[in-house]
Design a protein. Structure first.
Length: 316
């Protein structure tokens, strides 16, 4: 479990489609106390078995994209990573069955192997017509290049991408706009609530303020902090509570998910440049696609191999 990938894959409302584990961060201290392994019951295990559990969890990486071991992820990101919870329970259950350390490790590896990477669609040249009506937009409305981002506020890869997207917008201040579409994954326990909070903020002109705060604190997202951050950006917390309780923004989240499904979005983050899927999410990758679009517009030819349909809706 040592291969690093850069996208979290999961079906929006179905079975998990996830990825091999990334390499664990070498500069993060190992976990030495089972009390730090959140939500795991070690009752009945001997001290020797508890130490074995910690060794296995410290030696194997979680594959949620956090670059931590299973033990570190349980200690440092209990609210944002449920995958490490599955792995930690797998370890403890195997130990309770009387397995030795090597067998426990094999059981954990087998569990991780069931989390398979979803393949990116082979849609080179395909241009998707994505509805962005009323979606949050950053950048000039007159921009001729539109980036549409399907994202999840608890996804570490999405959080990591924000600096690159900011760099892109600064590099093309007149030519590029960014549209945000909600795509909360079912492996992240508070992603849907965070999406609703962002949409509540959007309804009052505060989307990007809350958006930035959520991604800056993605490992700390929970119900209490969402409410706190809503207040800190100047929004009424009572109104926010009511919006959550009534499911006011659930239809918008479902609409964004359906738009993602139509565009064959399999995980987060997924970005489109004027309807073309981005494969290389480095700054240079974005720059190349944007320059192709701008050059194509000057020659009155689309950058993609297929003809681009008319845009569906304007972003606000």
């Amino acid at each position: 479990m040592t291969v690093r990938h850069t996208m979290a894959f999961v079906a929006f409302a179905g079975a998990l489609l996830v990825i091999p584990a990334p390499a664990a961060a070498a500069d993060t201290p190992a976990v030495t106390d089972v009390a730090d392994i959140k939500e795991i019951d070690f009752t009945g295990l001997t001290e020797g078995q508890k130490k074995m559990a910690l060794r296995v969890m410290n030696a194997n990486a979680c594959n949620c994209g956090c670059s931590k071991t299973v033990a570190q992820c349980r200690r440092d990101m209990p609210n944002s990573c449920r995958r490490s919870l599955i792995f930690a329970r797998t370890v403890v259950d195997a130990i309770r069955e009387g397995k030795d350390e090597a067998a426990v490790t094999k059981v954990l590896e087998a569990k991780a192997a069931t989390f398979v990477e979803a393949k990116m669609p082979d849609d080179t040249g395909m241009i998707y017509n994505i509805d962005v009506t009323n979606s949050p937009m950053r950048g000039p409305k007159t921009a001729t290049v539109r980036l549409v981002e399907f994202s999840d506020f608890q996804c570490p890869y999405c959080a990591e991408l924000q600096k690159t997207l900011d760099q892109v917008l600064k590099a093309f201040p007149k030519d590029v706009q960014l549209v945000y579409k909600q795509y909360p994954l079912n492996i992240h326990p508070y992603a849907r609530q965070a999406a609703a909070a962002a949409l509540f903020a959007n309804s009052q002109g505060k989307f990007w303020e809350l958006h930035d705060r959520l991604f800056q604190n993605f490992t700390s997202i929970n119900d209490q902090n969402l409410r706190k951050w809503v207040g800190e950006v100047g929004l009424n917390q009572t109104d926010f509570d009511r919006a959550l309780q009534t499911g006011k923004f659930e239809p918008v989240i479902q609409k964004d998910a359906a738009d993602g499904a139509s565009a064959k979005v399999l995980g987060t983050p997924t970005i489109f440049v004027n309807g073309r899927r981005v494969q290389d999410r480095s700054f240079e990758g974005f720059k190349k696609m944007i320059q192709e679009e701008l050059a194509g517009q000057k020659s009155d030819e689309p950058a993609g191999a297929a003809k681009r349909p008319a845009a569906a809706g304007a972003a606000h």
